[in-house]
Ligand binder design. Sequence first.
Ligand SMILES: Cc1ncc(COP(=O)(O)O)c(C=O)c1O
Length: 387
Amino acid sequence: MRIEFDTPIDRFMLVHDIPTPALVVDIAALDRNIRRMADFFAAGPCRLRPHFKAHKTPEIARRPRAAGSCVGLTCATVSEAEVAAGFCDDLLIANEPIGRGKCDRVAALAGRVRTTIAVDSAVGLDAISAAACAAGVTVGVLVDLNVGQMRCGVLPGAAAVALARQAAGTPGVELRGVMGYEGHVVSLPDRAERDARTREAMAGLVDTAAMVRAAALPCPVVSAGGTGTYDISGRIDGITEIQAGSYALMDTDYGRLDVPFEQAFWAIGTIVSRPEPGRCVADCGHKSMTKDHGLPTVRGVEGASVVSLNDEHATITIPADSRVAIGDRVFLRPSHTDPTMNLHDVIYALEGERVVGVWPIAARGYPEHLGQGTRHKAQDPSHNVVP
Ligand SMILES: Cc1ncc(COP(=O)(O)O)c(C=O)c1O
């Protein structure tokens, strides 16, 4: 898959010229976030494996790798990994791929780049083994542990060691270790509570890694962590890599925490109505930024707050004497980075007011569906024919 990293743009394009709604990223703020994270990991044995799902944007994903302290990228989906393989040679898919098509695609990826997946079942292990053997490749596996999030994963301890033993004896796969994402505690606002509960969750992961090794099985990788816990899990003995992703762009949800990262991206809209002195409306609603973690906040307009997001409208209360006028640009801080990025095709890269790049959000959506209609039509010409 060919990736256009940076579409050339008009040299004189300014933020005011961008059609709205749109996303913008401040390159300087992005690079400061990336530098802070790289410096943190430069100081210890643990490494960073940034999560690509946070932004799905190759031009952003390449930057932490260039800044150092990275071992590769984490992906949530096979299609993210297919995009990431265009510029990164070491990928972790932090989920268990299920289904023949997905496993075949993972095996094809493993023929191109070092590929590791999470597994939490014998069914998943057998499926990836069959695909890997058919393709003549080796796929790495991490046993996925439920460290308290109550999502996927086997329980720490004996059940995990049993699956690790099974993985070690399965053809076409290589046991590379364990992973356990502490998603239930990453955004706890109180530092002491977040610290204590992260340590509790990570104890199960590290202890299980020790049990796997005691069973004479390989366990070089112990993978965990997010933006709210990178500096806790990332300093625990035995954790080898951290999967944080949101830190690069940030959002208001993580902005509540005491993490040293700044807001680096915004959804922008144009003020299209000021129906009364204390209210204005912008042309950016929840089809351009999600509200699953709350309403966005407004940058740079004293006393302004978003009171509702409709499909294509943000309603904003403002002081009656505010100078906001129809035609002005408004910058909103989204509450949740990942699904907001997923709504857009591109993000405009800014240096100050100047647009210096238009970066494709190349892994947005579910690109494997593109072209399916054409294929299906070819198989059955009666289908999809418009009368
Ligand atoms: C498996 C996994 N690892 C790591 C993360 C960390 O991401 P963030 O940087 O948003 O905390 C997530 C986020 O949902 C995740 O699902």
